[in-house]
Write a protein of this length. Structure first.
Ligand SMILES: Nc1ncnc2c1ncn2[C@@H]1O[C@H](COP(=O)(O)OP(=O)(O)OP(=O)(O)O)[C@@H](O)[C@H]1O
Ligand SMILES: [Mg+2]
Length: 422
């Protein structure tokens, strides 16, 4: 809240009538008036009071001469701000000239009217107020300027610190990049060694395995002569183990190919019905062995999909073989293919009425080499790589895998692939 103070006026005149006349008019018009009858007295008042806005001075006041009074004012740091209006009488023009040389602000010639007095006083008071306000703004500006300068100095200091830090970081980045380059080189070399090792391993393992499988198949067809029951049983077991081993080698190779970014899809038009039938054929025997009923349904709009035929068959056979593996005897499994023309997706679902998967176990699926700990998992061979490959291959096609399952009731695995026929 701004407190309005009345401007203070000091009247210096030896004539009591003049003093009273001025005092009465000014007080009525909201000025605070101090009066003095001599120059000496006026100086004492000025010394003791603050903020005298204006002095009305009769230079002819006895005692201290008006001009001496003004000279004292001029040389006093405290009082030199006070503005002076001299009071003169007709015929005292030479005083006005002298007074204006001495630096007075204005003059009033007696007899003056109330309006003249008020107008002159108001003028000087306003001038002084404006001057004060200007000085105040100036002081404020100087302070702001100083603050801005300090802020600029602080900014410069921070910038130079940041620059130092940036240089240190650049240096560190250069060093780290050099280290990384060395590490990368070593990694690339290791990866090359690993790829080479896997390639030769696969060759070394697959060649004898194919020989074992070929020979045992031939013997089972009795090319080398009739077999006894015992010999047939042993040969069947040799063939089964050989196939498991071959699938293990193939799966491990596929996973490392994907991880090295070296599995490439051979995309082309795939006849959905035909890839389903050939995948179903692979599980026909094991399903029959467990008296599991196999259902299949292909949506009549889902005819052709753009995919890698061999990899799609790998996905379907893994899901189907899992369904057979994890469904007890006399259960049911099924393959359903549904096309969603709106979302341009095709869904391959394999369902079963098997052992199901608990919620905690669901989070473990799709991790390499994970076989959920169940009696059936332990009973059946497998590497725990089938679902990992299913997921990765589906993703390489731009698709995904989802699972719904209830323990003891069965599971539904769905692979969804983008569906464009051409
Ligand atoms: N239909 C299913 N019902 C119940 N559990 C399943 C089913 N499918 C997969 N699982 C669980 O998920 C695990 C991982 O399956 P995945 O196909 O990856 O491996 P696997 O079949 O054990 O071995 P692989 O497929 O490499 O021969 C299985 O071991 C099994 O515990
Ligand atoms: Mg499997």
């Amino acid at each position: 809240m701004k407190i309005e103070t009345k401007p203070k006026i000091l009247v210096v005149d030896n004539k009591i009538d003049t003093r009273d006349f001025i005092k009465k008019i000014l007080e009525k018009n909201h000025y605070e008036v101090l009066i003095s009858s001599s120059g000496e007295d006026a100086l004492t008042i000025l010394e003791c009071s603050d903020q005298i806005a204006l002095i009305l001075l009769n230079v002819m006041t006895p005692g201290l001469d008006g001009f001496e009074f003004m000279s004292i004012l001029k040389h006093s740091p405290k009082m030199k701000q006070a503005k002076v209006i001299v009071l003169t009488a007709v015929g005292e023009e030479q005083i006005i000239v002298k007074a204006s040389e001495a630096g007075v602000a204005d003059y009033l010639c007696k007899p003056f009217t109330k309006w003249e007095l008020l107008a002159r006083v108001k003028n000087q008071v306003m001038l002084r107020q404006t001057k004060n306000e200007l000085e105040y703004c100036n002081r404020k500006n100087i302070k702001l300027h100083q603050k801005a300068r300090q802020e600029i100095i602080e900014c410069k200091r921070i910038t130079s610190k940041l620059e130092e830090k940036r240089e240190i970081l650049t240096h560190q980045v250069v060093e780290l990049t050099a280290d990384l380059k060395v590490a990368n080189k070593e990694l690339a070399q290791t990866a090359r060694l690993k790829d080479g090792f896997l390639a030769s391993m696969s060759h070394e393992l697959r060649t004898p395995l194919n020989a074992i499988l070929g020979i045992s198949e031939g013997m089972l067809e009795e090319i080398g002569g009739p077999l006894t029951d015992k010999q047939r049983k042993s040969l069947i077991s040799i063939e089964e183990s050989g196939r498991q081993l071959l699938s293990l080698v193939n799966n491990i190779l596929d996973v490392s190919r994907i991880e090295a970014g070296k599995m490439y899809l051979d995309i082309g038009p795939v006849f959905v019905e035909s890839v389903c039938q050939s995948s179903l054929r692979l599980i026909k025997q094991p399903a029959q062995k467990k008296q599991i009923k196999v259902f299949s349904h292909v949506d009549n709009i889902a005819n052709i999909v753009q995919a890698d035929n061999r990899r799609l068959k790998q996905i379907l056979s893994n899901m189907l073989s899992n369904a057979v593996k994890f469904t007890p005897e006399n259960g049911k499994i099924g393959l359903e293919i549904v096309g969603d023309p709106e979302k341009r997706m095709i869904h391959f679902t394999v369902w079963d009425t098997g052992i199901g998967i608990s919620l905690e176990q669901l989070s473990q699926l799709f991790k390499p080499f994970v076989q959920l700990d169940s009696r059936l998992s332990r009973e059946y061979s497998g590497t725990g790589l089938g679902l990992v490959l299913t997921q990765r291959i589906a993703e390489m096609h731009g698709g995904s895998v989802s699972v719904e399952s209830k323990v003891g009731q069965g599971s539904r695995f769905t692979v969804s692939l983008p569906w464009h026929e051409e």
